[in-house]
Design a protein around this ligand. Sequence first.
Ligand SMILES: Cc1cc2nc3c(=O)[nH]c(=O)nc-3n(C[C@H](O)[C@H](O)[C@H](O)COP(=O)(O)OP(=O)(O)OC[C@H]3O[C@@H](n4cnc5c(N)ncnc54)[C@H](O)[C@@H]3O)c2cc1C
Length: 499
Amino acid sequence: MKKKKVIIVGAGPGGLVAGMILSQKGFDVHIYEKKAIVGGRNGFIQAGEFKFDLGPTFFLMKDVLERIFKICNRNLDDYVKITQLDPMYKLVFNDKTFAPTTDKERMVLEIERVFPGSSKGYLQYIEREQKKYDRLIPCLEVPYGSLTDYFSLRLLKALPYLDGHLSLFDVLGKYFDDDFLKVCFTFQAKYIGMSPWQAPGLFSILSFIEHGGGVFHVNGGLNELSKAIAKVIEECDGNIHLSKGVKKLIVENSVCKGVLLEDGSEERADYVVLNADFAHAMKNLVEPADRRKYTDKKLKKMKYSCSTFMLYLGLDKKYEKLYHHNIFFANDYKHNVDEIVSNSIIPDDPSIYVHNPSLIDDSLAPDGKSSVYVLVPIGNTSGGIDWTAKKEAFKEKILNILETKAGINDIRSHIEELRIITPDDWENQMDIYDGATFNLGHNMGQLLYFRPHNEFEEFANCYLVGGGTHPGSGLPTIYESARISSELILKKEGLNLYS
Ligand SMILES: Cc1cc2nc3c(=O)[nH]c(=O)nc-3n(C[C@H](O)[C@H](O)[C@H](O)COP(=O)(O)OP(=O)(O)OC[C@H]3O[C@@H](n4cnc5c(N)ncnc54)[C@H](O)[C@@H]3O)c2cc1C
């Protein structure tokens, strides 16, 4: 029997996982990727002798990808070397330094060291958030193509745990009094580009995912995950066409029939899976006449995550005083977050995240040297900041913070390579709408049934994967989006994901 053909637009984590599942299940898979490498935002940057993850550095819920590899009759550990980090990270706020661990006994001691009297709240947090996690995760594993799905018994049962009436920061107020301690369990809202004071209370599961499941590093960087998935696709006779951009989706009578490539050729398929940034793809790859719901006006009105300003530093030494993951918070973190969500203010005192993987991973830099990446959450491009004019001064500000708050006061004299990515670069070079690095916002009006559906609602035979569809942004949820959409395609063909 002739194999059914699937075209996937984009080789980001979402497109790759869909490609891995569908090629392993016998589909004729063709992934068209605009860039010369796989991975999208989960790719890498090579600067001279130094290699950096472009985006993701926190590998969480590794069981999600392990399960998907199992579905494809493979073992993730055969493809990548994964190490659990303990402590998970170092958090620095004014005169306080806090290093959380998943080891509960040591965590109680660490809390008592920094926040005397607060460990009881931590134990309550672990107990209640475990229940929330157990109720909520199954709700994220299924598609929300109809309102019936939305009002399912599964979701109704989870409702008491959703904390829908509270903000994330308010939820942590149930457990802790100290504001910095609350920040230590809510800063994770930045993983989905949101403010802890605005993100829905259900997102307390983000910190619980770390505290309950741990934080992992992948040797060579998290970009190696994308390479591993691409390897499986090749083993399953799937095709990844690099440097082959898609110009338009071919839609005829509300059915997606294939793609028009940038080189002018047309490729037809039974199914099209869209992994490119959702809003950017709608605006640029789909003719306005084929979009009734996601018109340009609607796209403009939708909510988007924040962006990031990035520094990739190749250094001729290693800094042992930095941990693997480090966050240096602004002196007034709430004010900093408000500036970020305004999208129009460059923070005077930004919070910065510093990634220092060379401490445990020799593959990223030559002997004795290190690859350090700094991520600064910042407004997306909708605020109109002119980054061409501002980027040099902002880079200097970040280096000053590394010298002062991080205490690495000789850093300027040890820089061998330096690359910068601004919100404008995310938009213009990585094709991300408004440079919103964490995709569509994760407010209640853009979640579950209200997020663009896995089986796309605008036209038939088109499925979405990646941060712009259900369940949302972040590697595990993106892998899940691809598993959900692939399962929907398999069902259409009368096939089962697990056989
Ligand atoms: C700086 C940063 C840090 C992050 N940190 C973390 C983290 O620590 N942990 C975590 O879990 N998540 C993190 N994320 C979020 C998320 O996991 C990643 O952004 C992830 O790579 C998004 O995957 P995706 O599948 O949605 O799409 P993308 O990675 O954006 O991939 C989409 C692909 O489509 C391609 N494409 C676009 N247009 C076309 C076209 N016309 N034709 C062909 N191809 C096209 C693009 O080139 C790209 O390769 C981070 C993101 C960023 C940006």
